[in-house]
Ligand binder design. Structure first.
Ligand code: BG6
Ligand code: MG
Length: 220
């Protein structure tokens, strides 16, 4: 079987289910601003940085804010988000993820993180997965949010690998686009109708093992 040399995982929605927490925190800010904000809108924010998410929400409400106001709003959103995620424990790891990470390590594959979140170090620590990642790239290290491929390209670079030797796991439309723009084979985790740009879409990582790579054109 031909295997990739590494896997690069998104965090929110792939490793841990923080999507509802992001939604609740954004929704409270949108409500204060009288902006209608739905779970469907939230889908478009997956993978998008905090500031860019705020700007997209303001655009829904046709509102304009100064950089200082945006800074204050995003700080408030993050305070609410951090309050929710501060209660996270290893029980919040999505089904199959820990087992899959161990399967990859046993097979000699490297594992990296490619997340837009500045809270990634806190979350990985809280769920006890920090040590399983050889390389961690998150929102603190990048200047371009997904769908820009920077986060994954930096990850591949730090792994010392070419994008074609890595497989990206992503739940966000913008994340799948980032992976494909960077030249990475990509497994979408979620709904095929949303993630159709991925090379393969699986509903979750429950029971995921090395046979997943055979389903990708570049490793078949
Ligand atoms: C991504 C999430 O992983 O991180 C987005 O999918 C979020 O919803 C982004 O906006 C930035 O996260 P944070 O934790 O830095 O606000
Ligand atoms: Mg995600």
């Amino acid at each position: 079987m031909i295997l990739p040399k590494a896997c690069i995982f998104d965090l929110d929605g792939v490793i841990v289910d923080t999507v509802p927490a992001h939604y609740i925190a954004w929704k409270s800010i949108a409500d204060e601003l009288n902006i209608p904000f739905t779970e469907q809108d939230n889908e478009q924010l997956k993978g998008v940085s905090r500031v860019d998410s705020m700007k997209r929400i303001l655009a829904i409400g046709n509102l304009e804010k100064s950089d200082e106001e945006i800074e204050a709003l995003t700080t408030r959103k993050n305070d609410r988000y951090v309050e929710i995620i501060s209660k996270m424990t290893p029980a919040d790891i999505l089904p199959g993820v820990r087992e899959f990470l161990h399967v990859l390590a046993k097979a000699g594959l490297k594992v990296a993180l490619g997340s837009s979140s500045k809270n990634a170090p806190t979350i990985l620590k809280a769920v006890g997965l920090s040590d399983l990642f050889q390389v961690k790239v998150d929102g603190n290290h990048i200047s371009h949010s997904k769908p820009h491929p920077e986060v994954f390209l930096l990850g591949a670079d730090r792994l010392g690998l070419h994008p074609s030797e890595c497989v990206v796991f992503e739940d966000a439309i913008s994340g799948v686009q980032a992976a494909k723009r960077g030249g990475f084979p990509c497994v979408g985790v979620g709904l095929p109708e949303l993630l159709h740009e991925a090379d393969l879409v699986v509903p979750d990582l429950k029971d995921a093992d090395l046979t997943i790579f055979k389903r990708l054109p570049s490793f078949a």
